[in-house]
Ligand binder design. Structure first.
Ligand SMILES: Nc1ncnc2c1ncn2[C@@H]1O[C@H](COP(=O)(O)OP(=O)(O)OP(=O)(O)O)[C@@H](O)[C@H]1O
Ligand SMILES: [Mg+2]
Length: 322
């Protein structure tokens, strides 16, 4: 019912549309707009034929951030509470919308700093302070956003028991590496090789680092996240234009290079020789950084949702402590 209440009232191009619902005896049916390309989770975990290029991932991150910023900026702010890759749906052109408002909750109002609630969500995505205290704020969603951004940057699941034990929890393992320029470039998804400039990748990794701050006040608000990702988007478009030979600079520079500097093989075909060109080719080395993060604090009993991903074991271990 929460879903009908929220999605029935909220309209935004980055929230999935609720077309109708049926409520008869114990039967409930919700009908949503159909999202042709399915969930972000499905695409991100596809080893072969992954269609998620760097620029697509950045656009998805921006779309999803806009959805969250809209919820947080509503007259009565809404906390989404279940931000994860399986709840981000993609349509045919890979634009993204948030789905699944079953856990959404009204945010704090007036001089309230938080709402107190039973801990619910998905293990690996829930903010640490929320898991420990049950205090929910919009900054809990920002943490979830940081986890998804990290999954997109690294091409790894938030929790993955098939990896060596120190890499089981993606945030614990990767966050300390995100503010180390050299290390971060080594752990990025190898399927993205050559599609980003080091400067842009480090900027986005820095954003993920901030979103994943242990201190909720150290996290940015979603409107700032949107603004930063918009700059990434426009820089990416400029770089693509320069590399594909578009723009006045290229037309002017090509004849100059071929007549005076024909031996310069380091320049690309368009004649653009920005410092970022060499930076954008990264070697495909597996990450080897050591997490300096502390062991996870003991968690209070919490009620995590079932998930279609491999998180089942984690959820069992959490509920076993109830
Ligand atoms: N409107 C839609 N259009 C296309 N596919 C959808 C739509 N809604 C859901 N799906 C697909 O169904 C899957 C299951 O969604 P569902 O929300 O039931 O489970 P989940 O997100 O995997 O887990 P959880 O129950 O924790 O939310 C999604 O991941 C997505 O692939
Ligand atoms: Mg879902």
């Amino acid at each position: 019912m929460a879903e009908v209440n929220y999605l029935g009232q909220l309209r935004h191009s980055n929230l999935v549309k609720l077309i109708g619902y049926c409520c008869e005896d114990e039967h409930r049916i919700l009908v949503y707009e159909y999202m042709e390309s399915g969930s972000l989770e499905k695409h991100l975990l596809r080893r072969v034929g992954c269609m998620l290029t760097w620029s697509r991932r950045m656009k998805i991150a921006l779309d999803a951030a806009k959805g969250l910023a809209f919820l947080h900026g509503a007259e009565r702010p809404v906390i989404y509470r279940d931000f994860k890759t399986s709840n981000i749906l993609l349509n045919a052109d890979f634009s993204a919308k948030l789905s699944d408002f079953g856990l959404a909750k009204d945010g704090p109002m007036g001089d309230q700093t938080h709402v107190s609630t039973r801990v619910m969500g998905t293990y690996g995505y829930a903010a640490p302070e929320y898991v420990m205290t049950g205090h929910l704020t919009a900054r809990s969603d920002v943490y979830g956003f940081g986890v998804v951004l990290l999954e997109m940057l690294l091409g790894r699941r938030a929790v993955d028991k098939s990896r060596p034990s120190r890499e089981h929890n993606l945030v614990e393992w990767a966050r300390p590496l995100l503010n180390n320029n050299k290390k971060v470039l080594r752990i990025l998804d190898p399927r993205l090789e050559g599609q980003y400039t080091a400067r842009t990748a480090m900027k986005v990794a820095g954003l993920a680092y901030q979103c994943l701050s242990q201190n909720p006040k150290g996290r940015p608000v979603m409107s700032d996240v949107v603004a930063l990702l918009e700059t990434v988007q426009s820089q990416g478009a400029e770089e693509e234009m320069l590399q594909s030979g578009g723009g006045v600079v290229t037309l002017y520079e090509v004849p100059k290079l071929s007549s005076h500097n024909s031996g310069d093989k380091k320049r690309n075909q368009s004649g653009f020789s920005g410092s970022t060109e060499g930076e954008s080719r990264r070697r495909n080395k597996p990450g080897n950084g050591r997490s300096k993060s502390e062991p996870p604090a003991d968690r209070e009993p919490c009620d995590f949702r079932n998930s279609s991903s491999n998180l089942e074991n984690d959820e069992k271990s959490v509920s076993a402590r109830k």
